[in-house]
Design a protein around this ligand. Structure first.
Ligand code: KG4
Ligand code: ZN
Length: 343
C-alpha cells in the first residue's frame, strides 16, 4: 500500500468546502489544505439555511474553492489518486453541485470517484486527527443528526440510539431563534451561556435514565419557550440565564445517554477505544469538557477533532474517501446523489 492523495468536496449544507489530504501507508494522515467558505451571511436574514440560495452559492464559488485548495497545497490535479465528494445525506441541490463537479474532474483527469457519506466522514475524522483504532463509540451531534453508533470498521456502523424528534444542533438553533439570537444559534447560545446562571430555570432532562440511548429534544425546547413567555419581555440577563439553563440540560442528557451507550457496547462484547465526538455541536467547549469526564469515568478517552474539523469541511470528505480507497472502494460516475443516505 502506497500513500494516497485525495481531493475532498463538501456541499451538503451551507459550507462550500474543498481540501487536499494525504493518507500514508501506515494509516496516518495529513491535511495539506482545507478551504471552507461559509454562506452563513447569505442565510442569516432568513434565520436558517434556504436550500435554493445554498445550491446557487455552491455553483458560483465551488470552482474557486477547489482551485484555492489545490493552489495552497501545491498539489496538481494529475497527482491525485481519487476525487471524493459528499454523496449525501443533505440538501439535494448542493449535493448535485458537489458530486457533479467531482465527476467532471474525475473524468477529465481519469481518476476514480469516491462518493462519501457525509455522516461517515464526520465519524472517521477522529482517525485522521487522533489515530483512533476500531472499535469506538461515535456521538454524532450536528444540525441534522443526533446518533450514538458503535463503529467497528470503515463501513461498519451499528446504531445504538438516535433522536425521536429534533437533532441537538437543531435544538440549539431553535432555542437561539426563540430568544432573538442570530443564526447559526449553537455558538451564540454557548457564548450567552457563559454569562448566565444555569440553575435559574428548572428545565426537563428528557429520557435520562432510560435503558436505550435515545434522545428527545422537543420537550426541552418547549420548556424554554414557556419560560421565555412567562418572564417576557426578556432582558439580556434573562436570555443568558435561559441559554445557560438550556445548555446545562442538554449536557446532562448527553452525559447520561453516552454512559448508557458505553454500557450497551460492553454488553455487545465491544471495548471502545474512544468516545468520538463529531458534528458541529462538538465545537461546544462545555459539551467537550463534560464528555471528557464521562469517557474517562467509563474507562475510555474522549477523541474530538479541533472545532474547525467538527463543523462541515472538505478534509473530512477527503479523509473518508482515502479510507475507502485504501480498501479498494470506489464509485461509478453514474452514482446518484442520496439526499437521505443513512449511516
Ligand atoms: O456538522 P455541522 O456543521 O452541519 C451539519 O451537518 O448539520 O453542524 C452544524 C450544527 C448547527 O446546528 C450549529 O448550531 C451547531 O452545529 N453548532 C453548535 C456549536 N457550533 C455549531 N452547537 C452548540 N455549540 C456550538 N459551539
Ligand atoms: Zn455535518
Amino acid at each position: 500500500m502506497r500513500d494516497l492523495l485525495l481531493l475532498g468536496i463538501e456541499t451538503t449544507c451551507d459550507e462550500t468546502a474543498a481540501a487536499i489530504v494525504r493518507r500514508r501507508a501506515d494509516g496516518s494522515g495529513t491535511i495539506l489544505s482545507n478551504v471552507v467558505l461559509s454562506q452563513t451571511e447569505d442565510h442569516a436574514a432568513y434565520g436558517g439555511v434556504v436550500p435554493e440560495i445554498a445550491a446557487r452559492a455552491h455553483v458560483e464559488i465551488l470552482d474557486h474553492v477547489i482551485e484555492s485548495a489545490l493552489r495552497s497545497s501545491g498539489v496538481k490535479l494529475v497527482e491525485l489518486d481519487a476525487i471524493a465528494a459528499s454523496g449525501g445525506p443533505g440538501l439535494i441541490g448542493g449535493v448535485i453541485v458537489g458530486l457533479t463537479t467531482a465527476k467532471a474532474i474525475a473524468l477529465a483527469v481519469r481518476k476514480p470517484l469516491v462518493a462519501v457519506n457525509h455522516l461517515e466522514a464526520h465519524a472517521l475524522t477522529a482517525r485522521l486527527t487522533d489515530a483512533v483504532p476500531f472499535p469506538f463509540l461515535l456521538l454524532l451531534v450536528s444540525g441534522g443528526h443526533t446518533q450514538l453508533v458503535a463503529v467497528t470498521g470503515v463501513g461498519e456502523y451499528h446504531k445504538l440510539g438516535g433522536t425521536m424528534d429534533d437533532a441537538i444542533g437543531e435544538a440549539f438553533d431553535k432555542t437561539a431563534k426563540m430568544l432573538g439570537l442570530p443564526y447559526p444559534g449553537g455558538p451564540q447560545v454557548e457564548r450567552a451561556a457563559l454569562k448566565g446562571d444555569a440553575s435559574r430555570f428548572a428545565l426537563p432532562r428528557p429520557l435520562v435514565g432510560k435503558p436505550t440511548p435515545d434522545f428527545s429534544l422537543s420537550g426541552l425546547k418547549t420548556a424554554v419557550r414557556l419560560e421565555a413567555l412567562r418572564i417576557a419581555p426578556l432582558s439580556d440577563q434573562d436570555v443568558n440565564d435561559l441559554c445557560a439553563s438550556f445548555q446545562a440540560a442538554v449536557i446532562d442528557v448527553l452525559a447520561d445517554r453516552v454512559r448508557c451507550a458505553l454500557r450497551k457496547m460492553r454488553e455487545h462484547g465491544l471495548k471502545p477505544n474512544a468516545l468520538v465526538l463529531a458534528g458541529g455541536v462538538g465545537a461546544n467547549q462545555s459539551v467537550r469538557r463534560v464528555l471528557h469526564k464521562v469517557a474517562a469515568d467509563g474507562g475510555t478517552r474522549l477523541a474530538v477533532p479541533p472545532p474547525e474539523l467538527c463543523t462541515d469541511n472538505g478534509a473530512m470528505i477527503a479523509w473518508a474517501g482515502a479510507e475507502r480507497l485504501a480498501l479498494g472502494l470506489t464509485d461509478e460516475l453514474s452514482f446518484a446523489p442520496r439526499p437521505r443516505w443513512p449511516l
